[in-house]
Write a protein that binds this ligand. Sequence first.
Ligand code: NAD
Ligand code: WQD
Length: 339
Amino acid sequence: MNRLLRVFVTGGAGYIGTHTCVELLNAGYEVVVYDNFSNSNAEALKRVEKITGKKVSLILGDIRDEALMTESMSGCDAVIHFAGLKAVGESVEKPLEYYDNNVQGTLCLLRAMEANSIHSLVFSSSATVYGDPEYLPLNESHPLRTTNPYGTTKLVIEGILRDLYRSNPLWKIMILRYFNPVGAHKSGLIGEDPQGIPNNLMPFVAQVAIGRREALNVFGGDYPTHDGTGVRDYIHVVDLAVGHIKALEALESPQCRAVNLGTGIGYSVLDVVNAFVQASGKSIPYVIAPRREGDIAACYADPSYAREILGWSASYNLADMCRDTWYFQSKNPEGYLLS
Ligand code: NAD
Ligand code: WQD
């Protein structure tokens, strides 16, 4: 039986949150989702219930509403903190919104946890905290620096969590640094449903394949990589979700540590396009466009610490990621609300 029974999941209606709720419920945990639906909707949680046959308790609220959060997390044993804004370009235009939502929201969350004597936390960080890599693969001791306000919010929060642990060693904190989450649950019921033009590669490719967009702009064809296009460590969202269960289970004793969640394998933009053509049977027209500002040539994880600390490693490959993205896209051509 799990020692931590009831988990408070901020941002649980979002892309990674919904997949993690499925794994939590399947593993026997109770789930309380706290979300303001700023980038999600209730339909996604109904689908979590459909997949698992179990109930999700939902509280509609903002993480900056400390009083509501303090009341809402009463009776919970642990927190998984996904809630936050995540668009890099938007963070450059609206830095104050990003610091307010992500940093201020996290401060409110931590105070609400203290008020409830809850000290077990899993936090969503990002490989963006490594900045432009000095070496590859990236291990957790790589220097930390950021190139945009979104990334800085993650770095600031990581620092706050380390200080908090130093101040009170009752805390049990796992910081998970995700690489590039893609894919969807195999049911085709939940997946990534970006609003407007997708910022990220995989959802853009999926929308080209389904005919919602004409062609993919490949940002840069002259990087020092095997085919000149940018290389990333794509990780299936279900592998990522399972990593959160492993992280919760690893919070037996007081600690504050950061762990990479990636596969350790780098694929280029054109590798992804080719794999998606194979998975979907559709053609994906593309043009080589100028580099996107702030992009790096290559980024992939050294995943060995996750294996050591969490007993976790990724099990899905790029073909699986494309197959499951395509299945979700085909079943929900216009996203959750219109499918
Ligand atoms: P998402 O936007 O799908 O989910 C985030 C959820 O948080 C949404 O449901 C949104 O409505 C909610 N939310 C945002 N601000 C809130 C607030 N103030 N109060 C309450 N709820 C709020 O994003 P995701 O891809 O599922 O990402 C989850 C977390 O993982 C984020 O913290 C993100 O920064 C981090 N992360 C994501 C990626 C990625 O590529 N998807 C990579 C690294 C890290
Ligand atoms: C992947 C590759 C692009 C779109 C971002 C955030 C990071 C993290 C994950 C949250 C790059 C290329 C993309 C397109 C393209 N998020 N590309 N055409 O930039 O590695 O990471 O999401 O924490 O912080 O920065 O992911 O999917 O945007 O790009 O050619 O239309 O695809 O240049 O090489 P990225 P991405």
